[in-house]
Each structure stands twice: as C-alpha cells, then as structure tokens.
Design a protein around this ligand. Structure first.
Ligand code: NAP
Length: 470
C-alpha cells in the first residue's frame, strides 16, 4: 500500500518516505510520502482561509455517509489496523465498531444547537433585552494522535471538528499512519470540503512541533504520553489545549466483590488491546482476605487469553506495537521480580509479542506500580481495607480512570468521592465509556478538559454571546 500525506486532499510533493512494518512478522505493510514544514504551513493557511462552513445538516450528512462507508468496509479497516498495529482481529473489529459510534454521535450532535437564551431584565441592573449564545467554528484545529487506537483516536479528533465546522490538520502516529490516511479518503468521498482536513506525516521537527507552535492554530488536541504532553504544554504558546495523556488505572477488588465478575474485569481490563489502552487496568488492588482465591481464579482466566498470530481467529492478544516496546515491558517485569515480585503465569517475550502476565507480591514502590507500563501486565497488590486501597490508588502521579468491584453501595460511593481521577466505574473496567460521554483525566493524565464527542465539539468551537433589545 503506497499512500501520501494529504494537504486538503492533495498529495504532498516531497520525496522522503515513511515505511510501516507489521509488528508481528516484520513484513512491510506500506509506505507514506512525508510532508515538510512548508507543507504544514500550507495546510494551516488553507484551513484558515476556509470560510464556506457547511450547514449543520450538511455536516451531519458527511459524518453519516462516512459512517455508512466505514460500515461497508469494516473488515478491511480491521485488517489494516491489525497489519500495522499487531492487534488481534477481535480487538480491531471492536475498534471499528467504536468508530462507527463516534461518527453516529457526531452526526447527531452536528444537528443539535446548544445555544442558550437569558432574559436581560432579571436583575436590578438589567434591561428589557435578551441575551443569546451561538457556537462558532475556530479557524483551525491541530490534532496529534498515538498509535494505540489508530482509527478511533483520529475519529475522536476529526468527527467533532467537522460537527463544529472547524477545519483540522491531523498528525497521526508514524507507527500507524495508513489507517488514518484511508479514513481521510472516506471523509473526502463522503463530501467533506477538502480544505477542512489535512493529514500530514513527517519528522517531529517538521510537522508535530511546528503544528503545536503555530500561531494560527486555535486549539491543539493531543493524545499520547505524559512526557510529550508536558512538552507540548511548554511550547504551545497562547492557544486552547486539550491534553489526553497516560494513565495508571487501578482496579480495586473488595472482600464483598462478586469474585467471578472481578476476575473477568481484571483480565479484560489488563489484556484487551494487548494492554495498550490508556485506561487499561495497570494495578489490581485486592483486599487481603479474598486475594488468594482471586489470584488463583485470575491465573486460570488468563490462560483463556491466547497470545499469537493477530490474524488468527483464536488469538485474543496480538503483539504490542514494537519489539522495543516489548523489551521495555520485559525490563519493567525484571525490575519487579528483582524487588520480590513473583510471576504466576506468562512473562515471556517473542519479538513484539508479550504474553499476558499475572504478577503477585508486587512491591508498592516498584516501576510497574508507580509508572505507566503499556502492555498486558496484571500486577496484584494486596491492601488492608478500602481506605488503604483508595490511598494507594491515589498515590501515583496519574489520574485518568479507575474501577472498583464491590457489592456494597457505601463502599462504591466512598470510592467515587475519594478517587482523584477523571472517571470511576463501579463493577466495570476503568475503560468503560460511550463515545459521547465526557472522558479525560486530571493530574499527569490531563488538564481536566474532557473529550468524548460532545465535550470535544465544545473544544473545537467558541461561544459567541449576543444581545438584542426585547
Ligand atoms: P507518544 O509517544 O506520546 O506519541 C503520540 C503522538 O505524539 C505521536 O503522533 C507522536 O509522533 C507525537 N509526538 C512525538 N514527539 C512529539 C513532540 N515533540 N511534539 C508533538 N508531538 C510529538 O505516545 P504513543 O506511544 O504513541 O501512545 C501511547 C501513550 O498515549 C500512552 O501513554 C497512553 O496512555 C497515551 N494515551 C492516552 C489516551 C487518553 O485518552 N488519555 C488515549 C490513548 C493513549 P510520532 O509517532 O511521529 O513519534
């Protein structure tokens, strides 16, 4: 597959090519012609000059037509994501389904006017006037996305921007650019004015950082690691920032939990998408009394997560994104073992493949507990009681999402009140959401500005207030 970076639907002229390899077998999946700093400037200028914002109806139609086109090519997109990301087909088919939802909700929201009306005569200082609000597009949005949900991540940037009527310049991950460019083709074919979307790949110094710094970019939406997110915050200058960064999400399992459910949540939360979800379960905090039985059952459950060829229907865990990412997981695991942790199952690496791994007796201060490890690791840490669990859950720098397994409503309510993070899910994995619900973290996981289709539309637009005599 030979693709090229696109300025408003047109191929760039550069000669440098980015090669994309399949993390499972090392085969070349495709190439992308890269853009330059000049191309980036052109893309932003073209976006800013665009003034023929489609009507709400037309925006909804574009999003709906794109959804129907994606629906008819579900399997093709799932296989493309599997080829460039190494994720099992089970996961990539699921991801395409989520993207269909993003498009559906964005089309619905494009039709909805959230304008407000206030009477001007409701105070002693007031007058007989009415005050109205209307939402208007920004000049240009910039978006930078990670590798781990290569289709859904970009849909979460592009679809709300279209719904808001704001042109967007996207820089997808260099590890998974093919899915992004094929998705852009669907949007143009569905009638998106080409000047509303450019998709550029190229070196960080040519594309990503100039996009972040560009003074004509009104909003910069970034999803990725904490380190890059914080760098963006220091160089972006005067613009709106939406930062969706890393996580270290806990699953708390109390003595009163439905144990079978807790085990399922732990396995699904830790191993889905090869553990490469910002909201994957990264720490399992289990009350002492129930820990032995929970651990035994989780080890048995983990054996159901077949790790192998991502295109094999039996496979549930494909590769992580690269061999170097798998080596990093190996090193995190070795550190934990050196500090006294015990591997109960999994733990082996073959190339970019890392087996689903259950680890027990994990010291609270080791790297696996304190930082984000992006892979299928399930570290179990025993806790004395709910208070101990909540303190430990809150002890890391991150604050993205969390979950608690309990049958006691008071325990659930205490967790909801006490956990310092963007989401608390009771008897569900931390990653549960619908694509239009508010999503995003605090602390090192983000600035508290939420995404999800409805919130993202707000980020990609501004509210104009006007008043009339009445
Ligand atoms: P990453 O290394 O931070 O890269 C993310 C994007 O930033 C890529 O497109 C990357 O481009 C680009 N980039 C690299 N250096 C940059 C710079 N100096 N300025 C601007 N952009 C730059 O993240 P990743 O490894 O792809 O993704 C995994 C991370 O994303 C994890 O930490 C995960 O938790 C997080 N994540 C968060 C959420 C959320 O909603 N909170 C969702 C998904 C993932 P290149 O590809 O060209 O390097």
């Amino acid at each position: 597959m030979k693709l090229t970076s696109l300025i408003a639907g047109n191929p760039v002229r550069g000669r440098e090519v980015l090669e994309v390899f399949n993390p499972y077998d090392g085969s070349r999946v495709g190439t992308v012609r890269m853009a330059t700093h000049d191309d980036l400037d052109t893309a932003v200028a073209v976006a800013c000059e665009f003034t023929e914002t489609p009507t709400r109806f037309a925006r909804a139609e574009i999003l709906e037509k794109t959804r129907l086109a994606l629906e008819s090519q579900r399997e093709k997109f799932a296989r493309l994501i599997t080829a460039e990301a190494g994720l099992a087909l089970r996961e990539t088919r699921y991801e395409v389904g989520r993207t269909l939802d993003v498009l559906r909700f964005a089309a619905m929201e494009a039709l909805r006017d959230d304008g407000q009306i206030f009477s001007g005569d409701i105070s002693a200082q007031g007058k007989a006037r009415k005050i109205f609000t209307t939402r208007e597009p920004l000049r240009c949005a910039g978006a930078i996305t990670p590798f781990n949900h290569p289709l859904n991540q970009i849909a979460h940037k592009i679809a709300p921007a279209i719904a808001a009527g704001t042109p967007i310049v996207l820089k997808p991950s260099e590890k998974t650019p093919l899915t992004a460019l094929k998705f852009a083709e669907l949007l143009y074919a569905a009638g998106l004015p080409s000047r509303m979307l450019s998709v550029l790949l190229g070196p960080t110094s040519e594309i990503a950082e100039p996009l972040v710094r560009h003074t004509d970019v009104d909003v910069l939406a970034f999803t990725g690691s904490e380190a890059i997110g914080k760098r963006i915050a220091t160089i972006a200058g005067y613009k709106k920032l939406v930062l969706e960064l890393g996580g270290n999400d806990p699953l708390i399992v109390l003595n009163d939990a439905d144990l079978e459910l807790a085990v399922t949540l732990a396995a699904e939360g830790s191993f889905r998408n090869s553990g490469q979800r910002c909201t994957a379960v990264k720490r399992i905090l289990v009350e002492e009394k129930v820990a032995p039985e929970f651990t035994k059952r989780l080890v048995a459950k983990t054996k159901e997560y077949v790790c192998g060829d991502p295109t094999d229907e039996k496979t549930r865990v494909g590769t992580v994104i690269s061999e170097s990412a798998a080596l990093q997981l190996e090193s995190v695991l070795q550190d934990a073992v050196a500090a006294g942790a015990k591997v109960l199952c999994g733990g082996k690496r073959r190339g970019a493949q890392f087996e689903p791994t259950v680890i027990t007796k994990v010291p609270r201060e080791c790297r696996m507990v304190v930082t984000e490890s992006f892979g299928p690791l399930a570290p179990i840490i025993t806790v004395r009681d709910l208070d101990d669990a909540l303190a430990l859950a809150n002890s890391t720098a991150y604050g993205l999402s969390s979950a608690i397994a309990t049958t006691n409503l008071n325990h659930a309510l205490k967790a909801i009140k006490t956990l310092r993070c963007g989401t608390v899910n009771v008897n569900e994995v931390p990653g549960f959401r619908v694509e239009c619900s508010p999503f995003g973290g605090i602390k090192d996981s983000g600035l508290g500005v939420k995404e999800g289709v409805i919130e993202a539309i707000k980020a990609y637009s501004f509210v104009k207030t006007f008043s009339l005599p009445w």
